[in-house]
Design a protein. Structure first.
Length: 239
């Protein structure tokens, strides 16, 4: 299918979804991208781009790891369209900030290169940080950004929210996320950063995040204390 045909199909799907949204209740969930791709017999990328346009129009809002919902007319649309990890924490805790922030140019780990669909040995921005809530470590994360899509990534331009940083400073709107959740025992570095015991298992939440052009921009891996399991599962397990 040519680019013109894909654009026409996306426009038709967008308008058909607009009609369906009009008949939905406020805060009612849209079917998943997988389900919509089956209904429209097209790729998830086409569905994702159609939904992204409706998000930008304010007809929908998205909660990361949960789903996409109908937005109230005249309601407040989240500035980042997707409710990210930091935004979710701010809804629960009175004080949320980042610590131990580090940005460096590095080769992509082999596993991350495979997830992003780029050659092994490609360069990336390695961005690590510690989320601190109400004075205590909550999670530690490392994000790996493709340098071919994000040539510059500067600490001086960081916002508290990574999604807001990408949208405001670099023009990347994150509209697609795929998540993987697993567990592991902490190594010495993670024990020190999160203040957990050697026998305390950690939850690992890894997400591949795509921009509104359908490009896999980065992989973000977060490590959580077991006491945060419930929060983590709710944030990262897709419907």
């Amino acid at each position: 299918m040519g680019m013109e045909e894909k654009t026409s199909l996306r426009a038709w799907i967008k308008e058909d979804l607009r009609k369906k949204i009009a008949g939905m209740e406020i805060d009612e969930a849209l079917p998943s991208e997988i389900r919509l791709s089956e209904l429209y017999n097209t790729s998830r990328t086409t569905i994702r781009l159609a939904i992204a346009e409706l998000l930008n129009e304010g007809l929908l809002y998205r909660i990361k790891g949960s789903g996409t919902y109908k937005q109230a007319i005249g309601g407040q649309v989240p500035s980042t369209k997707i409710l990210g990890f930091t935004e979710a924490l701010m809804k629960i805790y009175s004080d949320v900030h980042l610590g131990e922030v580090s940005i460096e140019s590095a080769p992509l780990p082999i596993s991350k290169a495979h997830l992003l669909g780029v050659p092994v040995g490609s360069r990336c921005w390695k961005f690590s940080r510690l989320w601190i809530t109400d004075g205590k470590p909550f999670a530690y994360g490392i994000a790996y950004f493709r340098k071919d899509l994000l040539p510059v990534f500067e600490e001086e331009k960081l916002h508290l929210s990574l999604l807001e940083t990408l949208r405001v400073e670099y023009g990347h709107e994150i509209v697609g996320i795929s998540n993987n959740v697993m567990a592991k025992m902490p190594d010495e570095i993670l024990r020190r950063k999160l203040g957990v015991a050697e026998t305390q298992p950690l939850l690992i939440c890894e997400s591949v995040e795509e921009n509104d052009k359908g490009e896999k921009l980065y992989v973000d891996t977060r490590y959580h204390d077991a006491s945060n399991y419930v929060f983590s599962i709710r944030q990262y397990m897709e419907k």
